[in-house]
Design a protein around this ligand. Structure first.
Ligand code: HEC
Ligand code: HEC
Length: 208
């Protein structure tokens, strides 16, 4: 009897997972009007403290919206934004923003040499792995794994996030992946790599 219960509740959990609706980009477009003031109508924010969402991978976007909602990732602005969103709304918004094209950005010339060294080679002396191992040589991230795209993102936003991970204040990273890396970065390392990343460029035509 006991075994039957375990098996049936497992089957229930699996069927619930499969029933989760896929995102609809068209529906997401209408819902994205609420986000435009900060993130831009197509997800290309112009203010450097607001992250670009355009072209970010769908799985990552959905994970972050859920993390804001559950409180794993805390931000006074975004917590309010997600409070009234349903699972379907979040899936639709993630589908819409991921289908937009990121506007290109430039690296800070002062940061580019040290920043690229860290991005591509890590820092051996302090056990920092290369960023490109997970975020890709061109900053495209890894959509299947949910590792975020970084190419074209604002330096100011990247720097702020690395400091939040470093201080243990952003906890949305599975297995503390980014917290473990950021705690080994100095403030100067963070400045350098954040200044380099925006200029990473993805050849979108090659992907399609
Ligand atoms: C009033 C400004 C504002 C509005 C409106 C807003 N956001 Fe945000 N959003 C922010 C800020 C600020 C952050 C960065 C938070 C942080 O530092 O953790 C952010 C972060 C995010 C992130 C994380 C991006 C990343 O790269 O990790 C997502 C996803 C997001 N917002 C989606 C949305 C969606 C969807 C809406 C509309 C329903 C929306 N936001 C409305 C200000 C806003
Ligand atoms: C082992 C894989 C891995 C490595 C190596 C890695 N990252 Fe990450 N990174 C992730 C994952 C996974 C996330 C998303 C975590 C989350 O949901 O909060 C992330 C998130 C980020 C974010 C936040 C993006 C956003 O839009 O908010 C930044 C910035 C970042 N990483 C920079 C770096 C830098 C710089 C390095 C190298 C020093 C690096 N990462 C190395 C896996 C990795």
């Amino acid at each position: 009897m006991k075994l039957v219960c375990v098996v049936s509740s497992l089957a229930l959990a699996l069927s619930c997972g499969a029933a989760l609706a896929a995102g609809d980009a068209e529906a997401g477009k209408a819902k994205a009007a609420a986000c435009a003031g900060c993130h831009g109508a197509d997800g290309n924010s112009t203010a450097p403290q607001f992250p670009k969402l355009a072209g970010q991978n769908e799985r990552y976007l959905l994970n972050q919206l859920k993390a804001f909602k559950s409180g794993k990732r805390q931000d006074p602005i975004m917590s309010g934004q997600v409070a009234a969103l349903s699972d379907q709304d979040m899936a639709d918004l993630a589908a819409y923003f991921s289908a937009q094209q990121t506007t290109p950005a430039a690296s800070d010339p002062e940061a580019v040499i040290r920043g690229e060294e860290i991005y591509r080679g890590g820092i051996t002396s302090s056990d920092v792995p290369s960023c490109m191992g997970c975020h890709g040589p061109d900053g495209a991230g890894n959509p299947a794994a949910g590792f975020p795209r970084l190419a074209g993102q604002h330096a100011q936003y990247i720097e702020a996030q690395l400091l939040l991970y470093r201080d243990g204040k952003r906890k949305s990273d599975p297995a503390a992946m980014m917290r473990n890396i950021a705690e080994r970065l100095t403030v100067d390392d963070i400045k350098a790599v954040s200044g380099f990343i925006p200029g990473l460029h993805i050849n979108e035509d090659a992907i399609k």
